[in-house]
Structure formats: C-alpha cells, structure tokens
Write a protein that binds this ligand. Structure first.
Ligand SMILES: Cc1cc2nc3c(=O)[nH]c(=O)nc-3n(C[C@H](O)[C@H](O)[C@H](O)COP(=O)(O)OP(=O)(O)OC[C@H]3O[C@@H](n4cnc5c(N)ncnc54)[C@H](O)[C@@H]3O)c2cc1C
Length: 394
C-alpha cells in the first residue's frame, strides 16, 4: 500500500504521523516549504477540546505533545470595550477537557516531528495523473533543487494542501468561495507578561471585535474583526493606525485597561506594517475525487470561517479519524475507494454542523448582525448546548 500526502500542515501532519507507524504501508509525504518555514506565520490559535478528544483516541502521544508545548484554553468570554461583561462560558461547562492556546509554529512542529523519515520538504506536488480511475495514480513533483520527478504507483493520495491547494481544482474544479463580509487582522504582541490578560477574551465596540489571549514566552495573540462589504477587497483606509483607533474606541472614549493596551499595540503594529490581514470566507465542501482515490481533508475539502477556532481543530479531527478508519480498513482488507467513502460518511454530517455553527456564530461581527442581546445569548443555555455538541465529537 503506497500512500502519498501532498501538504504536511495540520491535517497532513496528523495523518503522516499515524500512517507512518503502520506495517505494510509506505508513506511518501511532500511539503512545499521547509520544516521551520511556518515560523513566519508567527501567530497563535485556539484549538478546541474536540481536536484533543479525537487525538486522545487515535494518537495519544501527539495529544500529549501538543499539551506540552501550549497553554490550556479554558473559557469563552465577551465584554464591551468599556469593560461590561456580556457572556462567559467556562469550557468545563461544555466540554470534557480544556482546549489549547498555541503558536502556529509549535502546532506545525508537533504535527511534523514524528514523521521526519517520510516527509520530503521543499518538494511540491505539481499535478496528479489519475490514470483510468481504477489503478494507481502518478504524481508530478518539483524537487527541492527545482528538478521535476515522476512518482508512480500511488494507491491513495491525501491532498491536504489547505485552502489554496492545486490538486482539488485540477481534479474537481475550483471550490466556490463565500465571503462573510468581515476583515480580520492578526498580530503577536510582546508585553513581557505585564498586561493583566491570560485566557481568551473578546471585546466589542459594536461589531468591531478584538479577541486576544496569552501564549507562552510572554506573547499575546491579538486578532481583530471589522465589517466590510462581502466579496470586496479590504479598503487600505481601514488598515491605518488612525482607522483602527476610530474603529475600537467607543463614543464616550472610555475603554477598559486591557482592550486599550491591545488597541495601542495594534496601532503600533499597523504603523510598522506588521498586521496580517485576511477576509473571512468559506469554500464549498468536497471530500474526494470521483474515483475515491484522492482525499481532501482539512481546509482543502471544507475551509470554514475561523470564528469558533475550528479550522485547524477540524483538520486535526479529520486526521485523527482518518487514521482510525485506515487502521480498521487494514485489519479488514483494504479497498481504497471504500476507505475514502467510509471516511466521508463518518465525517460529513459533523463537518457540516461545525461549518454551519461557525457561520451562525459570526452574526455579531457583521455590520447588520451585532446587538448586545445577541452577544449575551452566547453565554446562554441554547448556545451552550451547541458548544457541547461541538466539543463532544457527536
Ligand atoms: C484569521 C484566521 C484565524 C484562524 N484561527 C484559527 C484558530 O484559532 N483555531 C483553529 O483551529 N483554526 C484557525 N484558523 C484556521 C486554520 O488556519 C486552518 O483551518 C488550518 O491551518 C487548516 O489546516 P490544513 O492542514 O487543512 O491546511 P494548512 O495548515 O494550510 O496546511 C497545508 C499545507 O500544505 C502545503 N502545500 C500546499 N500545496 C502543496 C503542494 N502542492 N505540494 C506540497 N505541499 C503543499 C502548505 O505549504 C501547508 O504546509 C484560522 C484561520 C484564519 C484565516
């Protein structure tokens, strides 16, 4: 059994870790960047308890490793920028365990470190030759030194290339993208541990929201949202320090200390050109190609809006569940299309729920969706019940 993995990010890294340990399986993994290149992503992310639950079942050593290199994420909390508490949900009330607060670089490192022998870095999969659909595939790969290479005899291709991958568009057409109508900036701030901020908090000035939490090494991850017209580019005029100050300062000018410090940090970062901007968007779902020999886990198959911190979380879930499906298929005699379709069957409804919930939870960061009662509702029973489902793998 020869399995190729194109893209060793979150989903690809988890799957490579699980499959590399199996007897009778040859794993060939290709990653376009170098082993530490994602350090530039530099940002933080919150990983939901559901990812850890899935990993604890399928790859407990990787779950332990992630806990070691991160901090626990234990709450959802929302206030106004003036400091009035609107909602607070301890994760212990809706999940069996905490989630994680982690740096991107650490997440990628942990997902890659146990599969060093099977990953070829700075090697890009350029295209796939699907053959007649019933036999092995061949790949066209660009090696680190720039020379092309043909890799034959691939029984299963895991195209875990993230939302901008090339294999899915080549085989199935480009996904349709729907824009939420919200711009996002991200930055890491160094406060040397001085600001009174620890676990995840959000502050609203109308639909303009800042979200922040502390990471290891005295760093603070800050992400901000601003409504924009859906599908339009983010106006450059929104990105200046003066515009940010206007967006997050309430009419009465009174801000609580932490959001004020965060805003000042964001403004300084804007002046230095250090904010990373993106638009919130989701793509149409596709799990595999028509032959069932090419699988699209993670963002390659179902990119979603990041409002609930579920993109990488779901990519980890996908990886862990796929490893479990693969082990079961190995012991029962392996048909690749049956394995791939069985995995889709196991994941489809759950991932649809996560995407839908992530989209609905974004109402309060939309220009025409924000209201204080709606933010308050995110601490109440109906919303908690949905969080409970989210964090329980059901
Ligand atoms: C603003 C923002 C904030 C976010 N915050 C969170 C958060 O707090 N929590 C959370 O869970 N998620 C968050 N996400 C989502 C998260 O970033 C993604 O969902 C996650 O990275 C998807 O993992 P993946 O493995 O599918 O793809 P990726 O992590 O993108 O990995 C894909 C890999 O494939 C490689 N690759 C691509 N094409 C090729 C090729 N042809 N050949 C070889 N290699 C290739 C790439 O170099 C990359 O390493 C956020 C996203 C955004 C935009």
């Amino acid at each position: 059994m020869r399995v190729a993995i194109s893209g060793v990010g979150v989903a690809g890294g988890v799957i490579a870790t699980g499959l590399a340990a199996l007897p009778g399986v040859e794993v060939l993994a290709f990653e376009r960047v170098g082993p530490d290149d994602h350090a530039v992503a530099g940002n933080g992310l919150n990983v939901g308890p559901n990812a850890l639950l899935a990993l604890d079942r399928a790859l407990p050593a990787l779950a332990d490793r992630l806990r070691q290199v991160s901090l626990p994420w234990r709450q959802w909390r929302a206030s106004t920028v003036g400091g009035e508490l609107l909602a607070h949900v301890p994760l212990s009330a809706v999940a069996a365990s905490a989630g994680l607060r982690i740096r991107w670089a650490e997440l990628y490192r942990a997902c890659r470190e146990h599969n060093a022998g099977v990953v070829r870095y700075r090697a890009e999969v350029e295209s796939v030759m699907p053959g007649d659909g019933s036999g092995p595939l061949a790949l066209q790969v660009r090696r680190a030194d720039g020379t092309p290479e043909r890799v034959d005899g691939i029984d299963l291709l895991i195209a875990a290339e993230g939302r901008f991958g090339g294999i899915r568009p080549q085989l199935c057409g480009a996904p349709d993208i729907t824009y939420l109508g919200v711009a996002n900036f991200r930055v890491l701030l160094q406060d040397h541990g001085e600001w009174p901020l620890d676990d995840l908090e959000q502050w609203f000035n109308g639909p303009n929201r800042m979200l922040a939490f502390r990471l290891r090494d005295g760093l603070v991850y800050l992400s901000g949202n601003l409504p924009i017209e859906a599908g339009q580019d983010i106006p450059e005029s929104h990105k200046t320090a003066a515009a940010l100050a206007r967006s997050y300062t309430p009419d009465d000018g009174v801000m609580a200390p932490v959001p004020r410090q965060l805003l000042q940090g964001a403004c300084r970062a804007a002046e230095r050109g250090e904010l990373h901007w993106s638009r919130l968007q989701e793509s149409t779902v596709r799990w595999c190609d028509g032959t069932g020999r090419v699988l699209y886990p993670g963002d390659a198959g179902h990119a979603m809006v990041p409002t609930l911190g579920q993109g990488a979380t779901t990519a980890i879930e996908d990886g862990a569940v796929f490893v479990d499906c693969f082990r079961q298929a190995l012991s029962g005699g392996l048909s690749v299309p049956a394995l791939v379709r069985g995995f889709e069957q196991r994941r489809r409804e759950r991932v649809d729920f996560i995407r839908q919930f992530s989209w609905e939870a974004s109402d309060v960061i939309l220009a025409d969706g924000f209201s204080l009662p709606r933010v308050r509702a995110k601490g109440e029973a109906a919303y908690r019940a949905k969080l409970q489902r989210l964090y329980s793998l059901d």
